[in-house]
Design a protein around this ligand. Structure first.
Ligand code: FAD
Length: 437
């Protein structure tokens, strides 16, 4: 009896102290809210928390913000860590990014396809009339295919994003077959173009993602900031005023209200947002570790360009390792050493690495694109490029980001592998914390 009363009393005292503590955290800034990861998602979570008057603390294992969105200056050129683009129609990007300040440089809405020793340009003539003639004349797909592409554009403009993400899950390949596209247009255009986006060469990615990305391409531009893709996280960082950053700080585990750093330090936390893969951070987490799509990006300096306009170049052959090429210098860049900067994306490196990979890429550049001289600058091997998710979502409610009493989840892995998803997930996790406060 006595022990029971003591236990009850102890519990009461504990709850009382906690309530008093909460009560006297009258200042929103006193809440200890931590964010793990300074990628796009973590930065957006901090933005939303700051907007509501909180002062979060971010732990980031590398020495700078950006996560998968980074740009290096090497040999006088701006090199992005992997070729990626911002689709200006992304609703969440429109909400949080200042496009004008990013000085966005737009791609043309099409692709230059290297086939049978020729370059065939196809694109969306409704958005850029200069592509009309080449698209109609291109020996890529049948006339019926070109009409079906037009019809798909119109249909996806009418379809809402919510409708797209409630469609049945099927592979992009089977979706294209269902729409009755010919094997030629699938192999010559859809496969190389979307393999470069999904970073897998079988089009196994959900047709929800295909429809979403296709809709975004149709409703806006593919663009890059003039200073490179990292200008996006830099812009978010510049706007943060009351967030504290701890760089070069690896978080090794997270218990409900305690964060353990790699050096053993333990930090008390009222709320923690994990804006990266949480599977190794939270003990006993029941989710499976995330599987990832990987890719290699190789950068070369060339004397001249084989694609004059800002168009992505595709190589539609089964046994090639190059998936796509792009001349960064076909767009305006802040920094340039004066010659041309070529980026080559390899989705399936067929086990090649190091010099063997560089040699093979250079051989293919010569054979298929007529690029006979190129000086190698840098190879980015990116094993964790995009999360392989079995079910893709567009959005999540703030309360669904909550993992435990004090832990919330963010990061593109919660929804789908895109900048838009990283932004939404960061926003919703921050709102989840705020809702609970
Ligand atoms: C090659 C490539 C091409 C892409 N192409 C496109 C594209 O064209 N369009 C598009 O919309 N998206 C594209 N993406 C996807 C887009 O970049 C990502 O969806 C987005 O950047 C994910 O942001 P995030 O904040 O969720 O995750 P991340 O950027 O991965 O950020 C996680 C952060 O957490 C940090 N971290 C991890 N573990 C710890 C730890 N234990 N302790 C402390 N810090 C930790 C990491 O260092 C990192 O900074 C591409 C990605 C790649 C790699």
């Amino acid at each position: 009896m006595l022990t029971l009363i003591t236990i009850k009393n102890t519990n009461f005292v504990y709850i009382y102290i906690k309530l008093v503590k909460q009560k006297y955290r009258v200042n929103k800034k006193d809440y200890r809210i931590h964010i793990i990861g300074a990628g796009i998602s973590g930065l957006i979570a901090a933005t939303v928390l700051e907007q509501k008057g909180y002062s979060p603390v971010i732990f980031e294992t590398t020495y700078r913000v950006g996560g998968r969105v980074k740009t290096d200056i090497i040999s006088g050129y701006q090199l992005d860590h992997g070729f990626q683009v911002l689709l200006t129609a992304y609703p969440a990007a429109k909400k949080y990014l200042d496009y004008e300040a990013l000085e966005l440089q737009n791609f043309l809405p099409g692709a230059s396809i290297f086939k049978n020793g020729k370059q065939e340009v196809i694109g969306d003539p409704m958005r850029d009339v200069s592509l009309l003639f080449s698209t109609l004349a291109a020996n890529i797909g049948t006339v019926a295919d070109k009409l079906k592409i037009l019809k798909l554009n119109i249909n996806l403009k009418k379809k809402t994003i919510a409708e797209i993400f409630s469609d049945k899950e099927q592979s992009t390949f089977s979706y294209l077959k269902e729409l009755d596209f010919s094997s030629d247009i699938i192999n010559d255009f859809f496969k190389p173009f979307f393999s470069g986006i999904f970073l897998e060469d079988k089009l196994e990615t959900s047709s929800r993602m295909f429809q979403f990305v296709y809709k975004m391409f149709g409703e806006g531009n593919a663009a890059l900031p003039k200073a490179g893709i990292e200008e996006i996280p830099r812009q978010l960082l510049r706007k943060l005023k009351s967030t504290t950053f701890h760089y070069d700080t690896f978080v090794s585990s997270i218990l409900d209200s305690k964060i353990v750093l790699a050096d053993g330090q333990e930090i008390e936390s009222d709320f923690t947002i994990i804006a990266t893969d949480a599977s190794n951070l939270v003990p006993n987490l029941k989710t499976k570790p995330i599987a990832w799509q990987s890719c290699d990006t190789l950068c070369f300096e060339t004397e001249k360009r084989t694609i004059n306009k800002p168009l992505i170049g595709l190589i539609p052959f089964q046994d090639t390792i190059i998936n796509n090429i792009f001349y960064y210098t076909s767009l305006k860049t802040k920094v340039s050493a004066g010659k041309e900067l070529l980026s080559v994306t390899v989705v399936n490196n067929q086990g090649l690495s190091g010099k063997a990979l560089i040699d093979r890429v250079q051989q293919e550049l010569t054979k298929f694109c007529g690029i006979t001289t190129s000086t190698f600058i840098k190879h980015y091997s990116i094993p964790k490029s995009l999360p392989k998710l079995s079910e893709l979502h567009y959005d999540i409610s703030p309360s669904d980001t909550r993992l435990t009493k004090n832990i919330y989840l963010a990061g593109d892995i919660q929804l789908n592998g895109s900048l838009n998803a990283a932004i939404i997930a960061g926003e919703k996790a921050a709102l989840g914390v705020i809702e609970n406060l």
